[in-house]
Design a protein around this ligand. Sequence first.
Ligand code: NDP
Length: 240
Amino acid sequence: MTKPLIAITGASSGIGEATARAFSAQGHPLLLMARRLDRMTAMDLPNTMCRCVDVRDRDAIAQAVKDAEAEYGPVDCLFNNAGIARLGDIGEQNPEEWDESIDINIKGVMNALHPFINSMKVRKHGTIVNMSSIAGRKVYPDHTVYCGSKYFVHAISESLRGYLAPHDVRVIVISPGIIDTEVLDHVTDPNTLKAYKDNKVRIGGGISADHVADMILFAYQMPQNVLIQEMVVTPTRQEF
Ligand code: NDP
């Protein structure tokens, strides 16, 4: 195996799936993690280990990483992507959706980082790409806890970047706007969903996850001493 191993959480659909395909096309072995194993195995990518992993389970992530590294060598890039968007009227929303968002979008992000911080630091090589959102840079109505979780991603990424930079490990944040994926499929608030969909139509639709994947690949392929700290990508007509 000449190219290094890439680990992706939330690889079963949307941006994670597109990124898996992009890195695989470049000849990288992959560790794909998500709950829907069937969706990952259906991609049928070469040199790929697919694991049914819930990012709320830190031990399951660690075991998957250990197994993949035993077969393909150390992970050189983590795409820390798994996330949910339980948008809704904060006064009406069931707090269980807050719990789920915090457990997956905040604790899950830390759980996925855990196996890599020290190992990349010791190896003095590696790239971490943390998935934030345009909602991690500014707030929107009905995005209250989602925005909080994505601001969290920005905060820990900046701190981690400072911690790992002296060891030549790169920490990148990517902040997309409206991308065509399944991310809104589980929104339970009909008014929130309608407002989101109306806005999407107004701006001429979202953009393909393939564009986000191409940006991640581009940033990764830069020399190790070149760090694109943050990438923000939106449909051109998404003015805010
Ligand atoms: P999708 O819903 O298509 O993908 C989300 C991925 O996260 C799926 O693979 C899903 O897999 C995985 N996931 C969710 N919960 C868990 C969990 N508990 N454990 C493991 N994996 C989990 O949407 P996107 O591709 O759009 O979302 C990917 C990321 O991009 C998210 O963090 C999202 O917040 C972010 N984002 C998306 C934007 C958009 O407009 N689409 C804009 C800005 C940011 P499974 O269900 O199989 O576990």
